[in-house]
Design a protein around this ligand. Structure first.
Ligand code: FAD
Length: 448
C-alpha cells in the first residue's frame, strides 16, 4: 500500500479530528514519539476526536491492509506507536478524565496521560496507582500492567481496572469488564495493544493523603553496603512503603516513599538515609503530583533511549556484584540500573488472573541507556544489550512487555510464558484474526 493511496483513501473520509499528512506544517511535530531513535515517516497521523474517528481509521486500515500504529502517550520504548508508510492513530485528543468522587471511579479517555489522571484524582483527594513519569500514556502503561509508587499499596494499574471500551479490528465497540466479555477483559490486563483500540478506561480510585518521600545519594564505591542494607529494610517494610534505587556509574540514589499514616513515616523512611555515609539527602512531605513529575525533565521527549527490564527475587551479594560489573562497563553519563520494589498488594492477585507475569517478584529492574547523539547509538545500545542479558541470566521467569527495547514474537512469548501466550493467541484469533493490531509486543493469532 503506497503513501499516496493511503492519503487518497483518508481524504475520502470525514473525520472529526484533524488528519496530518506528510505535507502538513505540523507533520514533523506529530510524527515524533518519545524515543528519539524511532524516527519514522507515517503516511498520515489521524488525530481522533472520538470513538467514530477510531472506528473509521481502524476500518480503513483493515480495508487497505495498511500498517496501523496506535498511540496514546507515545512512550513505546521500541517505537511501536509509529511506523513508516502506514497510519498512526493518535488518541491524544481523547484525554478527558471524569472522576466520580462518591463512587471512587475515574473514566479516562484512551489518549490521556498519567498527569491528566493524577491531576483529576488530586482534585477529588483520590488516586489510581500508575507509573512514575507524568507524561507517560495511561493506555500503553495500563495495557501492559502499570507499576509505580503505589503498586505495593493499591496494586498494579490493571488491578484497578474495572472496564474498558474497545474498538475491535472488525469495527465493533465492546465494553469489556468482569461481567461483560470477561475473556477480552482478561486479555487487556497485560496483553498490550493486541486486542483493539481502547477509547475509555474505568478505574477504581482510592482515598489518598500526603506522602513522605526520602531520597539520599551514596558513593557508588559503597554499593555493597548500601544495596544489602536497602534490601534488608525493603524486605521488612509494610506495603505503605515503596523503595527504589538507581545505580549509576558514580552514584547510587535511594528513594523511599511512604504513603500510609503520617505517624509511622519518619521511623520507616529515615533508616534509608543511614545505609552508609550519604553524600546528600533528606526526607519530608511531598504532594503526590510533585513526586509524579520529579523525573519528567530527566526523561524528557526526544532523547535516544534503549532499556530492558526483568524481575528479581532477591538482592544478595552476588546480585550486587553483577550489577557492579555491569555498571563498571557503562558509558559514564545517561546509564543506570534502576530497581523498583514490588510485592505487597501485587501479590494479592493470582498469577493466572491476568496476563501480566511477575507477581511473585520482589523487585523490577531496568537497565537504562539515555543519550542524545546518533553517533553514540552503537556504544549505548551495545552496553544496554549486554547489561540486560547479564541481569536476565539471574532473573525470574517472565517479563514486563512494556519495557523492552526490542520486540518480536519471542519477546512476547518469553514474557508471558507458554501457557498464557497460548491463551492470548487464541483470544487474539477471536478478536483480531488478521493481526491488524501488530505494532505491539505481538501475539500471533492461533485458531486452535
Ligand atoms: P504509546 O507509545 O502511545 O503506546 C504504546 C503501545 O500501547 C502502542 O504501540 C499500542 O500497542 C498500545 N496503545 C497505546 N494506546 C492505546 C490505546 N488507546 N488502545 C490500544 N492500544 C494502545 N511503565 C510502568 O509500568 N511504570 C512506570 O513507571 C513507567 N515509566 C515509564 C517512563 C518513561 C519515560 C517511559 C518511556 C516508559 C515508562 N514505562 C513505565 C513504560 C510504559 O508503560 C510503556 O512505555 C507504555 O507503552 C507507554 O504507554 P504510552 O501510551 O505512553 O505509549
Amino acid at each position: 500500500m503506497t503513501v499516496p493511496s493511503i492519503r487518497k483513501a483518508l481524504d475520502a473520509i470525514t473525520f472529526d479530528g484533524p488528519v496530518i499528512g506528510q505535507d502538513h506544517d505540523g507533520y514533523d511535530r506529530y510524527r515524533r514519539i518519545w524515543n528519539g531513535i524511532a524516527d519514522r515517516r507515517p503516511a498520515a497521523i489521524v488525530r481522533a476526536r472520538g470513538v467514530e474517528d477510531v472506528r473509521k481509521a481502524v476500518g480503513l486500515a483493515a480495508d487497505l491492509g495498511a500498517l496501523l500504529a496506535v498511540r496514546c502517550g507515545g512512550h513505546s520504548l521500541p517505537g511501536l506507536s509509529t511506523c513508516d508508510d502506514g497510519i498512526v492513530l493518535d488518541l491524544s485528543l481523547i484525554n478527558d478524565v471524569v472522576v466520580d468522587k462518591a463512587a471512587g471511579i475515574a473514566d479516562v479517555g484512551g489518549g490521556a496521560l498519567l498527569g491528566d489522571l493524577d491531576a483529576a484524582g488530586a482534585r477529588a483527594g483520590l488516586v489510581t496507582p500508575a507509573g512514575v513519569v507524568s507524561h507517560t500514556g495511561v493506555a500503553g502503561l495500563t495495557l501492559g500492567g502499570g507499576m509505580g509508587w503505589l503498586s505495593r499499596r493499591f496494586g498494579l494499574t490493571i488491578d484497578n481496572l474495572l472496564g474498558a471500551e474497545v474498538v475491535t479490528a472488525d469495527g465493533r465497540v465492546i465494553w469489556a469488564s468482569a461481567e461483560s466479555e470477561p475473556e477480552l477483559f482478561w486479555a487487556l490486563r497485560g496483553g498490550g495493544g493486541n486486542f483493539g483500540v481502547v477509547t475509555r478506561f474505568r478505574f477504581r480510585m482510592h482515598e489518598f493523603g500526603p506522602i513522605i518521600v526520602g531520597c539520599w545519594t551514596y558513593a557508588a564505591a559503597d554499593h555493597e553496603r548500601v544495596l544489602l542494607g536497602f534490601d534488608q529494610l525493603s524486605a521488612a517494610a509494610p506495603r505503605e512503603m515503596t523503595t527504589n534505587f538507581s545505580f549509576a556509574p558514580s552514584v547510587i540514589t535511594v528513594t523511599a516513599c511512604w504513603s500510609g499514616n503520617a505517624d509511622g513515616a519518619a521511623s520507616a523512611v529515615a533508616p534509608f538515609g543511614r545505609l552508609a555515609a550519604p553524600m546528600s539527602g533528606g526526607f519530608g512531605e511531598m504532594p503526590y503530583i510533585t513526586l509524579q513529575k520529579r523525573h519528567d525533565e530527566a526523561m524528557a521527549w526526544g532523547m535516544r533511549h534503549y532499556s530492558k527490564g526483568g524481575f528479581l527475587g532477591k538482592i544478595d551479594v552476588s546480585t550486587i556484584a553483577r550489577m557492579n560489573e555491569i555498571i563498571a562497563t557503562a558509558p559514564a553519563t545517561g546509564t543506570d540500573i534502576y530497581i523498583l520494589q514490588l510485592g505487597g498488594a501485587i501479590t494479592d492477585i493470582d498469577e493466572h488472573a491476568t496476563p501480566y507475569s511477575g507477581r511473585a517478584a520482589s523487585y523490577y529492574w531496568i537497565t537504562n541507556a539515555l543519550w542524545d547523539r546518533q553517533a553514540d547509538d552503537a556504544r549505548y545500545i551495545d552496553w544496554g544489550r549486554k547489561a540486560a542479558k547479564s541481569l536476565a541470566a539471574i532473573s525470574l521467569k517472565g517479563n514486563y512487555v512494556n519495557e523492552q527495547a526490542d520486540h518480536g514474537k519471542d519477546v512476547a512469548e518469553k514474557a508471558y510464558g507458554a501457557e498464557k501466550y497460548l491463551k492470548l493467541a487464541r483470544l487474539k484469533a477471536r478478536y483480531d484474526p488478521t493481526n491488524l493490531f501488530r505494532l505491539n509486543q505481538n501475539i500471533e493469532p492461533r485458531a486452535t
